[in-house]
Design a protein around this ligand. Sequence first.
Ligand code: SAJ
Length: 426
Amino acid sequence: LTVVVLGLGYIGLPTAAIIARTGAQVLGVDVTESVVETVNSGRVHIEEVDLDGLVSGVVSRGTLRASTAIEPADVFVIAVPTPFDAYHAPNIRYVLDAATTIASVLKAGDTIILESTSPVGTTEKVRDLLASLRPDLRVPGKTGDQADIAIAYCPERVLPGRILVELIDNDRVIGGITPRCARKALTFYRRFVRGACVTTTARAAEMTKLTENAFRDVNIAFANELSLIADTMGVDVWEVIRLANRHPRVNILQPGPGVGGHCIAVDPWFLVHAAPDQTPLIRTAREVNDGKTDHVIAQVAALVEASPDAIVACLGLAFKANIDDFRESPALKVAEAVARQFGDRVRIVEPYAQTLPAVLADTGATLIDVDTAIETCSIMIVLVDHDVFKSIPLEERIDKAVLDTRGIWPDQPRAALPAVSATARF
Ligand code: SAJ
């Protein structure tokens, strides 16, 4: 079996490496020359648990190669980004570019699988584009079940930090343009997926992916809204959630400084954009979660202003615990706003950063380690629940003014924080 994976990012590279481990000949195609060089030398350009060993193994065995140029293959997997433009309009240009590239080498019998998170209808657009570029091939769904190629949508659902485990163990939803397409894609996933592989239509699979991330966003928004109410009421939101979750049918998620990453803060907009009049809940959840970041910024500012000589430590920049990914990170947004306002009184503690990210570079803030923060900072703002922060015992922080946006230090005496009006921003 020969496989081409287009896009060697957080999903494409681990996927390519796992397929290569099954013995298939895999070519990873990426537009970025440096990524191709890194992979071909057996190294990785992204941090993910165990990925480096896997990639170096399959590259040295010769089952994984990378290139900027496409080659013919039996299966093509598209794993390129789908960002959004102004007004949260999804941008599927990279998906269509990938399909155009595939068209140049496509032959009868091939399977094309789209994994990128996409608006409903995108897989059909890929099919229509291939039909127009390759009129010599019969595409599925246009000519009854008589087709020369198979096209399917199969969303990735892996969690950063657990990608290699979840690629194998998670159930997969496989949406074919036709049932025959779904069956062909299913045979492919069965090579490396241990979870169940469930087949459906391409449109249902596309909507399923968006639904999963919108579900999580709405549920986090509920927790974030509770945190605002609890602050106003003088109640510990973490305790309320812990107690409420003792109910057999209640399972509330955790509040935080907002929702980050490149999936949950993005994908719900694909649904809102497609059906603006039917999505008040999903849109409001997005606004509540973004509004929580602004609320935390106001809380930190009030706290720092109240102690004019204090040095403040922002603990964490990543978008969630124990990873080095700062994309769309609410922690980074809070740190940047605080650093812009208070400059050289601000220290950043981020064990996953070697240097300060560019947005913090000219603010006067400096990067320090945890021990130095404990010694020198009297205000601590917990923005990320990294294990290393959780492990700081009460005796090392008892005398600090703490704003713990992640609830990692339940034993911290509740300081009287300066009041900030907890109104949503819409
Ligand atoms: N967060 C909270 N409270 C919580 C849970 C998360 O504030 O209780 C925050 C995190 O701190 C982070 C953001 O939400 O800022 C997103 O983190 P996450 O762990 O919920 O999700 P991601 O973005 O790492 O991965 C999600 C996953 N989707 C779901 O759980 C439904 C993953 O399975 C998807 O594959 C991934 O999006 C994706 O690529 O779409």
